[in-house]
Design a protein around this ligand. Structure first.
Ligand code: NAD
Length: 483
């Protein structure tokens, strides 16, 4: 019988009070790996109550002791590094190297949280008035909720959970029902850390569980990563219920290649950006802006490189690009390709009929490239979240910047150039939260804030870096006079 996942509430693994389950499917093989429960509002209530009770003592636990638990956790993650990476491959479909990269980045976020004692120090001014001192103290808030997407089942929760609890809060994590196994495994490691019960809780589920978290009066804030459409709903609902909220949403990332670019280094970088994780990354390139007379040679080199990419099952070492996470996502991407053709773009490389030997039922799509795309086409405007590259030929730098800034999104944008002047103008004027200069995936590391612009981000304090400490704490000002 397939394993039915359970929730970790108050230090105990408990069954969700539901009859509804979502199968967790290996996208490379279609094997059903487990069943994910659709936890109910009652399950959520139990988890939040546990987190609320745990908060009282956890907040009083010295901050250095709180981070020491995280050090034990980090050591366990190192020990289980390969096991976690393989689970990521099995449920998300990416290649083992991509999964290892994800796990390494996630561990870096745990390491960043070790610096919380020096990041939540507050500040003080003596004699703000005669004989009066004023202090801003940095305090935790209580229970936080984290709602995660399917594509980085390890990394995304690690952007939030370690900092939240190091700051003295408690947390309930709800992974995506598509990829819940990695967190399930990681929460078993939390048990070995012997954290006080209720500090970290895991509730599996979908919309009902997310809604119950946003509606619970004890939840002080919500960290969400996912699509912009859902992100808007979460933002509105959470703020309506008085929560602080940070929404990292969807993306449509443009990469501009200037005519002076060094193609020998740019092309492999562009390949990694578009086809890494089969395009299922919020920082994945989606549109190449070929500027001026580099267009023909760039197109030729991109085509040659894309044709060489080996698509296959993520656990086969030779695979350079893995599977699409779900059958539904695959159908959506195929629909976008059809729409591109219908709207008049030219499909230079068609990955739709790719079959991987030995994995004939897997959700694979080969690297695809569209040429003659124009900014008004769906291909240039909507998030595809798959291995599809659209090439737009623009005459000059100005048009490249205008085209990028017309997007509804603004997660990331890159420029490939050897001229500092272009690079400077690009980073100064382009409206995106993450800018790459000769870098195809401008992924903020753990000590830098991560967030986009426009529909790619709602809220004010980003995930990661000092912003994350501000999000999970509040200032209290104390004004003192002692005679
Ligand atoms: P999604 O928006 O469908 O789901 C995200 C989370 O919200 C999941 O936990 C899901 O269960 C929950 N959810 C879904 N519908 C809901 C609803 N109506 N009400 C309440 N909760 C709901 O996203 P996804 O498909 O899992 O992930 C892919 C998306 O995530 C892409 O758009 C990608 O760009 C984005 N993403 C963004 C970042 C970033 O940092 N900006 C990082 C990774 C992924």
């Amino acid at each position: 019988m397939t394993t039915q996942l359970r929730n970790l509430i108050n230090g105990e693994w408990v069954e969700a009070t539901t009859e509804k389950f979502t199968p967790v499917i290996n996208p490379g093989t279609q094997e059903v790996l487990a069943e994910c429960p659709d936890s109910t509002p009652d399950d959520v209530k139990r988890a939040v109550n546990a987190a609320s009770t745990a908060y009282v003592e956890w907040r009083q636990t010295p901050v250095l002791s709180r981070t020491r638990y995280l050090m034990t956790f980090k050591n366990l993650l190192e020990e289980h590094f390969e096991k976690i990476s393989k689970l990521v491959v099995k449920e998300a479909g990416k290649t083992i190297d991509e999964a290892r990269g994800e796990v390494r980045r996630g561990i870096e976020s745990v390491e960043f949280a070790f610096s919380v004692p020096s990041l939540m120090t507050g500040f003080k001014v003596e004699d703000i008035s005669s004989g009066i001192d004023e202090t801003a103290e940095c305090q935790p808030l209580g229970v936080f909720a984290m709602l995660a997407p399917f594509n980085f089942p390890f990394l995304v929760p690690m952007w939030f959970l370690p900092v939240a609890i190091a700051c003295g809060n408690t947390m309930v994590v709800k992974p995506s029902p598509t990829t819940p196994l990695t967190m399930d495994y990681v929460f078993k490691l939390w048990e070995e850390v012997e954290l006080p019960e209720g500090v970290v809780n895991l509730v599996h589920g979908g919309v009902d569980a997310a809604n119950a978290l946003m509606e619970h009066p004890d939840v002080k804030g919500v960290s969400f990563v996912g699509s912009s459409t859902v992100g808007k709903i979460i933002y509105e609902k959470s703020t309506k219920h008085g929560k602080r909220v940070q929404i990292q949403g969807g993306a449509k990332n443009y990469l501009a290649v200037m005519s002076d670019a060094n193609l020998a280094t740019a092309v492999p970088n562009i390949m990694g950006s578009f086809y890494g994780c089969a395009g299922q990354r919020c920082l994945a390139g989606s549109v190449v802006l070929a500027v001026g007379d580099i267009y023909e040679s760039l197109k030729k080199e991109l085509l040659t490189a894309a044709r060489k990419l080996k698509v296959g099952y993520g656990l086969d070492d030779a695979s350079q690009m893995g599977a699409i996470a779900t059958q539904k996502s695959k159908e959506r991407i195929l629909g976008m390709i059809k729409k591109g053709i219908d709207e008049g773009a030219e499909l230079l490389l068609d990955g739709r009929n790719l079959v991987v030997d030995g994995y004939e039922t897997g959700n694979f799509i080969g690297p695809s490239i569209f040429d003659k795309v124009t900014p008004d086409m769906t291909l240039a405007q909507e998030e595809i979240f798959g291995p599809v590259m659209s090439i737009i030929h623009v005459p000059d730098f100005e048009t490249a910047v205008t085209t990028i800034n017309a997007s509804n999104y603004g997660n990331a944008a890159s420029i490939f150039t050897q001229k500092g002047g272009y690079a400077r103008e690009f980073k100064y004027r382009v409206n995106a939260g993450n800018i790459g200069v000769n870098v195809g995936v401008a992924a903020a590391t753990a000590s830098f804030p991560f967030g986009g612009k426009n529909d790619s981000f709602f809220g004010d304090l980003h995930g990661q870096g000092p912003d994350s400490v501000r999000f999970y704490t509040d200032y209290k000002v104390v004004i003192e006079r002692w005679v």
